[in-house]
Design a protein around this ligand. Sequence first.
Ligand code: TPP
Length: 563
Amino acid sequence: MGTTGAQRLIKCLQDENVTTIYGYPGGAVLPIYDALLDSDIKHVLVRNEQAAVHMANGYARVTGNPGVCMATSGPGATNLVTGIATAYMDSVPVVIITGQVATSMVGTDAFQEVDITGITMPITKHNYLVKKADELPKVMKEAFHIARTGRPGPVLIDIPKDVAAALCSAKPLEQLDMRGYKPNYQGHPQQINRALALIKQAKRPVIYVGGGVINSGSTEELLELARRAHIPVTTTLMGLGSFPEDSELSLGMLGLHGTPVANYAVTEADLLIGLGVRFDDRVTSAVEKFAPKAKIIHLDIDPAEIGKNVSVDVPIVGDLRLVLTGMLEKLEEKKHPEWLERIKELRREHPLQYGNDSKLRPQYVMQKLGEITNNRAIVTTDVGQHQMWAAQFYRFARPRSFLTSGGLGTMGYGFPAAIGAQMADPDALVISVTGDGSFQMSMAELATAREQNLPIKVLLFNNSSLGLVRQLQHFYCDRRYTAVDFTGNPDFVNLARCYDAVGLKIETKDQVEPILTEAVNNGRLTIIEVIVDQRELVLPMVPNARGLDEMVQFPFGEEDDCE
Ligand SMILES: Cc1ncc(C[n+]2csc(CCOP(=O)(O)OP(=O)(O)O)c2C)c(N)n1
């Protein structure tokens, strides 16, 4: 008996040190599942394929290594699409294996056939349709290499059933030679010198950090750059965790729902140093009003990002860690006492605020959670108001500890991502912060978490509403609320019990501390439902087409009757 394509595929996965695959079987992947049985790779059976990609995503974001997921052809493959796009937009290395109908049937509208390489072309870094079993070793080696190098991203491998079943005589590949794929690692020395000169001249510099700093593992270098040149640091949603928020140089997050101090500082800055960022519209708001006084330095591994959304004075394409290390060799100590004094004043005059009264407030819950967990938990979120409250009020202290769908804004991401995160780091405290809308998009995965014995905490802010959309209707639709209120939500505490998990409920402010403490210490899968007023707003908020300094701040509309 020779080796089949499926067996070779599994061997290649082992050679890549893959220990876990998240997936869902079907006819087209039967040979692969059969071969998987003879390996020591663990398979996690999900409840919906989309969750499998999110789990692989969570695993990858915690470890930095590619996460792997698998689905069958047709509906299995199409269920992956949102998860693939989520990983693509956030530059997460995920390798996706899909089954395909037999090669002789491709193009005939065969049962469960779908052109998944065609469908995913714009949302993968690269994809493959494997035509012969002997191609598998090379394809697998390339796929992992592409997923993890340069700007990371998802890579899909579509394998027809007969290819998986056919004999494969090609051995696993030792060496890879990919002509035409050479991510640029070293920054251009001349541009680096220009950047250093600008840093030297600047009087009001700000560093603006994105997920690229976390992906490239350059948080230490960032810290040193900020400390030595005495520059305040603001991060994007994806950059949270890259810079310790208890530092006096930390401005917190900027942009649409950023801190007032960050938004004002960027508006007043004379130099903006963008590190691993993409000048997303959630950050810049009206581009022509963004950082109007600043020269801009932009460092990124992906040349396609440079100059895409804003014009840049000094572009540097390269691996952030290498570029920053090079820069630090030449960077002189500097102080900016006046600028830092101005920042302090802005912080004093415009603190990040919320209703400080006896009412149960989600912002207070997030703040308390930070205190109780020493800001060291891995926090995942879904998308909505709860996501922004988590980003604003949990003071992230370390990289790879905040997992959220920043680019695509995918509801249903958080809980499966928490499963991947907890499996990647079994000793970590993993908390999935979610809303009643988002959680209902993936709560079937409670069964998966239970099967895997994962003690994840779900902190569910229940406002019986699609809160963030409701907030948009509040501001932009003259408070004409439509299609945002839920009247048939399940009893989440009982739902937890159905899944053999712990269900807890917080209804008053004084319950917050004892119940959160109980939950983080109980060692079990737990849902903590927090009852939230539908009228609660996420503030600050930069209205459409406004500049960052034109944000609406607390207490706008706070207690007014929205109904
Ligand atoms: C899959 C998907 N569908 C729709 C949206 C649009 N959307 C953004 S936020 C939001 C509301 C989220 O509600 P919930 O999860 O309850 O969180 P809350 O805002 O109430 O905290 C919606 C519908 C989205 N981001 N993702």
